[in-house]
Each structure stands twice: as C-alpha cells, then as structure tokens.
Design a protein around this ligand. Structure first.
Ligand code: ADP
Ligand code: MG
Length: 269
C-alpha cells in the first residue's frame, strides 16, 4: 500500500504529545522497568519492540492507567501524570487495545463497543437511565465496518465469536474513541493477512487524523511498514531508537537481541 505523504512531512515538530522520562516499575522484588525514556508526537506512529519480558506491556499499562509507575515521569501535553485508574487515561484521550483481549463474553458486540460509555436516550428517559440502543447500534455498525472484518449481526453475544472477530471489535472500539493516543499491543496476533492489511490502512487513517499511535508487534515487517520511529526495549530499558525509513530490519533485530547475543548466534551458524 502506498502512502500519500512523504515521511518527513508527517512527523510534526514541536512539543511531544507524550513524554516518558526514566520511567521505572517494580512488582515486589521484580524490576519490570528500570529506565524508559521516549517521546511521541501527534500524528506519529511509534513502534515499540523487544523480546518477551522486555517490558513493553508494562510500559503501555502505565501509560493507560492500569497501574502507576514507581519512578520517573509520564508527561502528557506538558503536564506530569500519575494515573491510578484506566478511566483517567481514557478521559485524557488515550485508548488501548490490550494483548489479552478484554471483552465481556456475555454481552452483544454493540454492548461491548459501548461498555462503560453507554449512550442514554435524550430527555427524561435518558435521565432515568434508559439506553439509546438505536444510536449505539448505528455507531457500532459504522465502527466495525471500518475494520473490514466480516462479523455476524451486532446483537450476537461476543462469547460466540472467533479470536479474529473479537480482535476486530476491540480495535474498532478503540479507534472510534481515541482522541489523542491509540495504543495497540500485538494487535495482529489473531488476524489473517487481509485483516492485517486493513488494520495497517486503519492505523494510517487514525494517524492522518492527528492521533498518535504506539504499535507493539513481534512482526517486524508490519513495524517497518507502518511506523515513523521504532523504540527498542531490552530487560526493562530503552536500548535504541530508530528512524524507520533510515533503518533496516537487521539493525532493529540486532538491537532487540543485543549485539553480544547476535555475535554468539552468528558464531554458532
Ligand atoms: N504483575 C506483574 N507481577 C510481577 N512481574 C511482572 C508483572 N507484570 C510484568 N512482570 C514482569 O515484568 C517483565 C516485563 O513484562 P512485560 O511488560 O509483560 O514484557 P513484554 O510485554 O515486553 O513481553 C517480565 O519480567 C514480567 O515477568
Ligand atoms: Mg507483552
């Protein structure tokens, strides 16, 4: 898929939307993150890569308010934040698709898209808590259609769907609510090839609307195809940063495994 704008015109200069400064996180005696520093600007797609256990999911859980950092600073639009609930990050315009998909199995597709943000009817009925199911269905229809993934009727209970279909719903939900930052943690895991193409197209669309996107993926071909910059993590630290168009898959892999290990691997071949 070709991109209409050259990369250089896409990454806006100026203040970052989000800055992480020496962010650390411990769980008891486990040091999950020791030193994470990077910036992301509006309208930029940032790839976050690293081996299993590098700390990628932990850093995005901090950004999205699942738990706070134990040290360092999270700065959104110039203000230091120390979120203690996901609701605080959601209110600030940050949406996250988690690796371990969180959907309510007993509810319909529409109900899942509006979970926690239900639309009530206008007037008295709304004040009494009656939901506007018609309005929610319409938005849900449009949002899931955008993902390009075929789904059964939106009244279907989520427990009856495949992994790919569930993933499509969480992605559609996050894309439609994201105002400032969209975080995708391994979003392509349950998707087939056409769905992945569609997802990459959607990420470009969201970025072109001025939303910042953080993409975590083990599939470096996707990361190389879609990102403007790549941050590499290893053992809880940021070890390298690449400007995607000036870098190569091999250079990124080298930073993921660490030069020493790469040399060992080469010497064994
Ligand atoms: N809730 C937790 N309790 C204890 N250790 C954790 C917890 N969450 C993550 N960790 C540890 O932090 C490290 C980073 O994990 P994670 O962020 O999931 O890595 P990644 O997403 O890059 O695979 C791992 O060593 C993991 O075991
Ligand atoms: Mg992870």
């Amino acid at each position: 898929m070709t991109d209409p704008l050259p990369l250089a015109n896409r990454t806006p200069a100026g203040e970052p939307l989000l800055s992480l400064r020496h962010v650390g996180r411990t769980f008891g005696s486990v040091v999950a993150l020791s030193n994470v520093t990077f910036d992301i600007r509006a309208g930029e797609v940032l790839g976050l890569v690293g081996d299993n256990g590098a700390g990628k999911s932990t850093i995005i859980k901090i950004i999205s308010g699942m738990f706070p950092q134990t040290s360092g600073e999270v700065i959104l639009e110039g203000k230091p934040r120390h979120w203690t609930s996901p609701q605080q990050a959601l209110s600030a315009g940050i949406e996250t698709v988690y690796q371990d998909v969180g959907l309510a199995a007993t509810l319909s597709i529409t109900a899942n898209i509006f979970l926690g943000r239900e639309v009530v009817r206008p007037g008295l009925l709304g004040r009494m808590g009656f939901l506007d199911n018609g309005a929610m269905s319409k938005v849900a229809q449009a949002d899931t259609a955008k993902t390009g993934i075929r789904l059964p009727h939106l009244d279907t209970t989520v427990g009856n769907l495949s992994g790919g279909q569930r993933q499509a719903i969480t992605i559609a939900r996050s894309m439609s609510w994201a105002r400032k930052l969209l975080i995708l943690d391994e979003p392509t895991n349950h998707l087939g090839v056409p769905e992945v193409e569609e997802l990459l197209r959607l990420i470009r669309h969201v970025r072109d609307e001025g939303v910042a996107v953080i993409l975590i993926s083990h599939t470096l071909a996707h990361v190389m195809a879609i990102t403007d910059r790549i941050v590499v993590m290893r053992l809880g630290e940021v070890v390298a940063e690449h400007v995607t168009r000036e870098s190569t898959t091999a250079a990124v892999v080298n930073d993921i495994v660490g030069a020493t290990e790469a040399e060992i691997a080469r010497s064994l071949n």
